[in-house]
Design a protein around this ligand. Structure first.
Ligand code: PGA
Length: 251
């Protein structure tokens, strides 16, 4: 009942020219994948070029971040209306790199998610525990707190538009994927928190797994009952590799 959503997070990779070249090669490879949502989040600077290159396709555009205010004296920031104007349908908020390298709190993430919904952009809200938190048995508590705080401003009637990405920090960019069973375990906990927070609407929210997702492990991950998609960094940078992920195809 939940439509799978496969999202590329390009982080600080690809110029406009590189983004356009990617789209040209990628689109024919996923033309037949009509039963999943496919999303690409390039750097801000590549959004216009990628929007043009994706025009007429089913692949949707996303941003990697946003500022919660409509406009103002916020040097270096980008407002949600600006993203909507460029055609963004999704935006990642609260990625662990934003939380750890740029000091973003869940309270700020909550304001970003609220601002995005106001502009009809669907937030992809990321949560995840560090290695130290996992090893000291605090995963469930950390995830629950991050979720409750980050989703605090989402109105109940908009819940179904949310995407939550569970990304264990120790699995991001390390090649060390969570096993499907371990990921499912946390996804089930996330589902429980979403049901408590939003009632039955919690069942409609898609939960992505992220952290070293590759063509080789995507099928097994997607077979888990509460894994509804993937947020993919490194393996989304090559058209062939991301296309295989979209098709749940190892080879
Ligand atoms: P990775 O990154 O696929 O390179 O581990 C995932 C992410 O940070 O979203």
């Amino acid at each position: 009942m939940r439509r799978p959503i496969l999202a590329a997070n390009w982080k600080m990779y690809k110029t406009q020219a590189e983004a356009s070249a990617f789209a040209k090669e990628f689109l024919p490879l996923v033309a037949a994948a009509t039963d999943v949502d496919v999303v690409i989040a390039p750097p801000f600077t590549a959004l216009p070029a990628l929007a043009a290159a994706l025009a007429g396709s089913r692949v949707l555009l996303a941003a990697q971040n946003v500022h919660p205010e409509e406009q103002g004296a916020f040097t270096g920031e980008i407002a949600p209306g600006m993203l909507r104007e460029l055609g963004c349908r999704y935006a990642i908020v609260g990625h662990s790199e934003r939380r750890t390298l740029f000091g973003e709190s869940s309270e700020l993430v909550a304001r970003k998610a609220e601002a995005l919904l106001r502009h009809e952009i669907r937030p992809i809200v990321c949560v995840g525990e560090s290695l130290e938190e996992r090893e000291s048995g605090r995963t469930a508590a950390v995830i629950e707190t991050q979720l409750r705080e980050s989703l605090a401003r989402v109105p109940g009637e908009r819940a179904a538009e949310l995407v939550v990405a569970y990304e264990p920090i120790w699995a991001i960019g390390t090649g060390r994927t969570a096993t499907p069973a371990l990921a499912q375990d946390v996804h089930a906990q996330v589902r429980g928190v979403l049901r408590e927070r939003f009632g039955a609407a919690g069942d409609a929210i898609r939960i992505q797994y992220g952290g070293s997702v590759k063509p080789d492990n995507v099928r097994e991950l997607m077979a888990q009952p509460d894994i509804d998609g993937a947020l993919v960094g490194g393996a989304s940078l090559e058209p062939e590799s991301f296309a295989r992920i979209v098709r749940f195809e190892a080879r």
